[in-house]
Design a protein around this ligand. Structure first.
Ligand SMILES: [Zn+2]
Length: 350
């Protein structure tokens, strides 16, 4: 009898709590109002597969020698990005002509030379102190002992050119009087391939206070299709979106459902996923500081971390669509009325 009472009490708590939780999630979803659907599509449509392709064939060319951190090819890649932003008249938060956050040699070990994150920025018109960071790593593996270049077209040339095109789209919007209300930092990170050191350096030496950094959308490989999706290429893995802010997760879904209908695959977001992708790219350094993140990823493929990761193997129309999704998600974060809410520990517990 005693046992029965305890069980009943538990059952009661269970039945009472579940609808409450569901109701809270429902009201959260209902309260997300998409901003400026006509404008977001207008500027998203300035991101084209042709421009992504043109930039990627340059960025993943042999000129940049596989972009090994601290080496000549990586320096060329950083210079390429800097020149792009100067040409596009997209400013740096560090001041005129200074687009580099230099990371000194002593921050690294094993003889790695000094390197640099590259930063470009569009200042928000209404809440300039609120920062959304869109990131991708600019470095890769360099040249193998046999002389073969690791081109890193997907890893992470795809994310790099996505950032360049998104920055251009936001800047075009700004020139036409439709600039983002919150500020956006386009952060090209170095030293990801040697252990996410560029993002580690950034969070230890942030250009904008981390408490004002409302989200990090991190891109690492979005130009290819993995084995699992050979028959359904219209997909993208999203990792981390619900971990620190349920609002971020539902906002991201709402944007996708309204404009793109990409099959968002969350299998790698499982807490017990053995690949542990959540901790494997730069977003993790932001998440560790309590900043909500989404990691966008196409999964691994046979050319992953091989010299055969070349720009001719990229699916450019897919890269375009995925870039547009991330652009529209950033647009929503930058322009919606409320600042993204970070969940407290108890808020969404049963
Ligand atoms: Zn990568």
């Amino acid at each position: 009898m005693k046992t029965f009472c305890i069980l009943s009490a538990f059952a009661l708590v269970g039945t009472c709590a579940t609808p409450k939780y569901t109701a809270r999630i429902q009201s959260l979803k209902d309260n997300i109002k998409l901003e400026d659907s006509t404008l977001v599509l207008k500027y998203a449509n300035t991101i084209t597969s042709e421009e992504l392709s043109t930039q990627l064939y340059k960025f993943a060319s042999k000129d940049f020698e596989g972009r090994r951190v601290g080496e000549k090819g990586q320096k060329k890649a950083a210079q390429f990005l800097k020149s792009y932003y100067i040409n596009e008249a997209i400013e740096s938060p560090l001041g005129t002509q200074n687009y580099y956050q230099t990371i000194p040699k002593h921050f690294f070990s094993k003889g790695i030379k000094a390197s640099e994150n590259v930063l470009a920025y569009i200042k928000g018109s209404q809440y300039p102190d609120d920062i959304i960071i869109i990131s991708a790593h600019l470095d890769h593996l360099g040249i193998n002992d046999d002389g073969k270049i690791n081109y890193g077209a997907d890893d992470d040339g795809s994310g790099t050119v996505a950032l360049m095109e998104m920055a251009q789209a936001f800047n075009t919007a700004k020139k036409e009087g439709n600039g983002p209300k919150r500020s956006i930092l386009f952060l090209h990170l170095t030293a990801e391939e040697i252990g996410k050191r560029g993002s580690e350096y950034y969070v230890k030496n942030p250009i904008f206070p981390l408490e004002n950094t409302i989200a990090n959308l991190n891109i690492d490989m979005i130009g290819r299709v993995d084995k699992i999706h050979e028959n359904n290429k219209n997909y993208l893995y999203l990792i981390g979106s619900d971990r620190l802010s349920k609002e971020l997760h539902y906002l991201s879904e709402k944007v996708n459902n309204a404009y793109f209908n990409i099959d968002l695959d969350y299998r790698f977001n499982a807490e017990n996923d053995k690949n542990n992708y959540y901790s494997r790219s730069d977003h993790y350094n932001f998440a560790s500081n309590g900043i909500p993140v989404i990691f966008y990823f196409n999964g691994e493929h046979s050319d992953y971390h091989n010299p055969t990761d070349t720009p001719d193997k990229i699916n450019y129309s897919l890269l375009e669509k995925r870039t547009k999704l991330i652009f529209a998600t950033a647009w929503q974060l930058a322009n919606q009325k409320n600042r993204l809410v970070v969940d407290t520990k108890s808020q969404f517990l049963n």
